[in-house]
Write a protein that binds this ligand. Structure first.
Ligand code: DAH
Length: 357
C-alpha cells in the first residue's frame, strides 16, 4: 500500500514537472503503458490472495485513472501555454498607423494629352504615332521644306551624331509632329482622320521654350474637306477642352506644308492679370494650320487631284498652361515633387467627355 502511495506521489509529481509533450508521452509509457510501472503492478494482482487483491486492485485502478487524467490535464495545459507563447510572439498592433505609401501623380502633359485624345476621338479621329528620331526626309523634305529653306534653321534642329564615313541620310530629333502625316498616309492611305500627339525637340530654352516639348498634329483627308471643316473641328475642340464656347480667329500665315496656311487664335480676356478663355475681345495664338499642300500629299503617295484636306499642329504644353494656369513651361520638366503634387492629377481622374474632360 505504501509503495502505491509512493508511486502516486512520484508519477503525479513527474507529470506536473513535465516540460513538453515528448516528456509527457515518455511518462505515460513508463507508468500506464503495457510495460509501465502501474501495469506491471496490476499483473501481480493474479498472484495475490483474494483479500489482498480486493484491497490493492481498486487502488491501482484508481491510480491508473488518476495518472491518465493528470496526463490529459497536463497535455491541455502545455497546449495552452504553447498557444499563449505564440500569441505573445505573433502579436500584431492593428491600431498602428499604416506606413506611408509612395503616391505619384499624373503629369499635366499626360492628363491634357488624354483630354485631347478623348475630344478628338468623339469627333471621329484616331491616334497615329511616329518615331522621335526621324530622317530629315520625313521631318523636312516630304513636308516641302527644301534643304535651303529657312525653316530648317528656324527649327533649331538637333542632328544625330554620325561617325566619319557613315553616309546614311541624316537623322534628326523630330522638330514637330508633322512627319507623322506622311508616315500615316504612306501606311494607311486615304481617307483619313487622325491626330498624332507626342514629343518634339528644338534647341531652345526660355520661359516658354524647352528643348523637348509636346505637340499634337491633326490630319483629315477626304474628297471635299475644306477650311470650313477645319474651323468647325477646332471650335468644337476648344469649346470641349475649355468647357465653354470658344471662338477662333484665322490669320493668314505661311507654312511650307500647307496652302493656304493660317495661324489660329482663340478668344480670351485678361482681367486683373487673369486669363479667361472664351470671353472678351483679346486673342491668343494657339496653333498653325492649313490645307495640306499638294506636294505633301504627293510625297506621301496620295493623288492631290483626288484628295484634299486640312492639317494643324498645336502645342500640348501650351494649352495645358492656359487651362490649368501654369506660368512657366520649364517647370514642367524639372521633376520637382512639390510642383508635381500641386499641378498633378489623381490616378482615378480619368478624362472622359461625359465626365467633362
Ligand atoms: N509643324 C508646325 C510647327 O511645328 C505646326 C503646324 C503648322 C502643323 C501648320 C501643321 C500645319 O500641320 O498645317 O510649328
Amino acid at each position: 500500500m505504501d509503495d502505491i502511495a509512493e508511486l502516486k506521489t512520484r508519477i503525479l509529481g513527474a507529470v506536473g514537472a513535465a516540460g513538453d509533450e515528448a516528456a509527457l508521452e515518455d511518462l505515460r509509457v513508463a507508468s500506464i503503458g503495457k510495460k509501465g510501472e502501474i501495469s506491471l503492478k496490476m499483473r501481480e494482482l493474479g498472484k495475490m490472495t483474494p483479500e489482498q487483491r480486493q484491497a490493492v486492485g481498486p487502488l491501482l485502478n484508481a491510480l491508473k485513472d488518476e495518472v491518465n487524467a493528470a496526463i490529459s490535464a497536463k497535455r491541455a495545459a502545455l497546449g495552452d501555454a504553447a498557444l499563449n507563447a505564440r500569441l505573445q510572439a505573433e502579436w500584431l498592433d492593428i491600431s498602428a498607423p499604416a506606413r506611408p505609401a509612395a503616391q505619384g501623380s499624373i503629369h499635366p502633359v499626360s492628363q491634357v494629352t488624354e483630354e485631347v485624345i478623348a475630344i478628338f476621338a468623339d469627333l471621329g479621329f484616331s491616334v497615329a504615332e511616329g518615331p522621335q528620331i526621324e530622317t530629315d526626309f520625313y521631318n523636312f523634305d516630304a513636308l516641302n521644306i527644301a534643304p535651303e529653306h529657312p525653316a530648317r534653321q528656324e527649327h533649331d534642329t538637333f542632328y544625330m551624331h554620325r561617325e566619319a564615313g557613315d553616309n546614311r541620310p541624316p537623322h534628326v530629333l523630330r522638330t514637330h509632329t508633322s512627319p507623322v502625316q506622311i508616315r500615316h498616309l504612306e501606311a494607311h492611305g486615304t481617307p483619313c482622320r487622325v491626330i498624332a500627339p507626342g514629343r518634339v525637340y528644338r534647341s531652345d530654352y526660355d520661359i516658354t521654350h524647352t528643348p523637348m516639348f509636346h505637340q499634337v498634329e491633326g490630319l483629315a483627308i477626304d474628297k471635299s474637306i475644306s477650311m470650313a471643316n477645319l474651323k468647325w473641328v477646332l471650335e468644337q475642340f476648344f469649346s470641349a477642352y475649355f468647357g465653354t464656347s470658344v471662338k477662333t480667329r484665322f490669320r493668314a500665315s505661311h507654312f511650307p506644308f500647307t496652302e493656304p496656311s493660317a495661324e489660329v487664335d482663340i478668344q480670351c480676356s485678361w482681367v486683373d492679370g487673369q486669363l479667361k478663355v472664351g470671353e472678351g475681345d483679346g486673342w491668343l495664338e494657339v496653333l498653325g494650320s492649313g490645307m495640306v499642300h499638294p506636294k505633301v500629299l504627293q510625297s506621301a503617295g496620295v493623288d492631290p487631284s483626288q484628295w484634299q484636306g486640312f492639317a494643324f499642329g498645336m502645342g500640348i504644353d501650351r494649352i495645358a498652361m492656359l487651362k490649368y494656369g501654369i506660368p512657366d513651361l520649364r517647370a514642367f520638366f524639372d521633376a520637382d515633387l512639390r510642383w508635381l503634387r500641386h499641378y498633378g492629377f489623381g490616378a482615378l481622374d480619368v478624362p472622359t467627355l461625359h465626365g467633362g474632360v
